[in-house]
Ligand binder design. Structure first.
Ligand code: ADP
Ligand code: MG
Length: 310
């Protein structure tokens, strides 16, 4: 029979070359050295069965998403992710499930050269909590509060794909594999966040819906904005759905996209084109920051509600 410590050893102990990690998994706490001239950036995200994934979501997708959502937060700060801890609560020891989860987590973490430096393993309803630690050159972080009137408002990728997939599942429709991937296996915009650090005035990752997340930037920056729904980049299938229904609520309010929404002072369009190419991600201007407060959405005034847990 496998016990808690065998489980940690077999599934959650691996290392990458990082001379700054003094102590990883195995002691009472982890220790790493701080690099001169950098600040530490840290974030935590929990995934709960029934809220963030369903009981049919594969273990590999749960692992991917747990790490990706944290990588997305670190990217939105313009920081570089370095270390993470994993607190996991499991209803039972299911070795095939654990292997699939662990392989996927290790694969994605190795891709971004992240060290798993510790965690906690308990019995209970399935819950995954990852704390991620990153670094950024002192005072170079990208906050929500730097947007200024006349800055352009941009988003990466396409918006609403995860929400559209969720809408299909909720309405008994069968999404394609590509659509499921957008919901279950989001791509965090890691490279883009690092590039934007030198250009953007404010940034946020879209986890709860474009309207709500952009509003966080506006509030933190004490500004307003005007955006046009027709400019929001949406995938072909979602475009067709919007045409049929005249309803923009999915791209405006659907969560879980993990694209970046950011503001850029005027005159930086050429740099943005370069960044879009080097990061291999589309960047689209959807509006402009204004002096008056509030978010004006041109082209759609139907009912909508972004995600909130309570
Ligand atoms: P303690 O009882 O001192 O809190 P634990 O027995 O919980 O220590 O954990 C032993 C070691 O294993 C610690 O270094 C802890 O960080 C690590 N650990 C526990 N669970 C995990 C996990 N799921 N992933 C990575 N490391 C873990
Ligand atoms: Mg413990």
């Amino acid at each position: 029979m496998m016990n808690e410590f065998d489980l940690i050893r077999d599934y959650f102990t691996w290392s990458i070359e990082d001379s700054n990690v003094v102590l990883g998994v195995g002691d009472d706490a982890a220790i790493f050295n701080l690099e001169q001239g950098y600040q530490v950036v840290t974030t935590t995200d929990s995934l709960n069965e029934g809220v963030h994934f369903s009981n049919s979501t594969p273990a590999k997708d749960i692992a991917h998403k747990s790490l990706a959502v944290n990588l997305s937060d670190i990217a939105a700060m313009g920081a570089k992710a370095k270390y993470f801890t994993l607190a996991i609560s499991l209803p039972k020891i299911d070795q095939p499930w654990l292997k699939e989860f662990s392989d996927s987590l290790r694969q994605l973490s190795m891709h971004y050269k992240l060290s798993l430096i510790g965690g906690d393993t308990t019995r209970g309803p399935l819950n995954i909590n990852i704390t991620m630690i990153g670094i950024v050159e002192s005072s170079k972080m990208l906050k929500r509060s730097g947007a200024r009137p006349d800055d352009g408002i941009y988003v990466s990728g396409t918006i609403g794909d995860a929400g559209f997939c969720f809408w299909k599942l909720s309405n008994g429709l069968i999404p394609s594999d590509r659509e499921l991937k957008r919901l279950n296996c989001p791509t965090p915009r890691v490279e883009l966040g690092l590039e934007l650090k030198n250009l953007a005035s404010a940034c946020i990752d879209i986890s709860d819906g474009l309207e709500q997340d952009l509003s966080h930037i506006l509030k933190a920056s004490s500004v307003g904005a005007v955006i046009e729904v027709e400019k929001i980049p949406v995938s072909d299938l979602l475009q067709a759905h919007i045409k049929n229904t005249n309803d923009w609520s999915i791209p405006l309010c659907g969560g879980d996209d993990y694209e970046l929404c950011f503001t850029i002072p005027e005159g930086n369009e050429e740099d943005l084109i370069k960044i879009s190419k080097s990061c291999n991600v589309d960047i689209t201007k959807i509006g402009v920051v204004s002096e008056s407060s509030g978010l004006q959405i041109d082209g759609f005034d139907g009912p909508r509600k972004s995600y909130q847990h309570f």
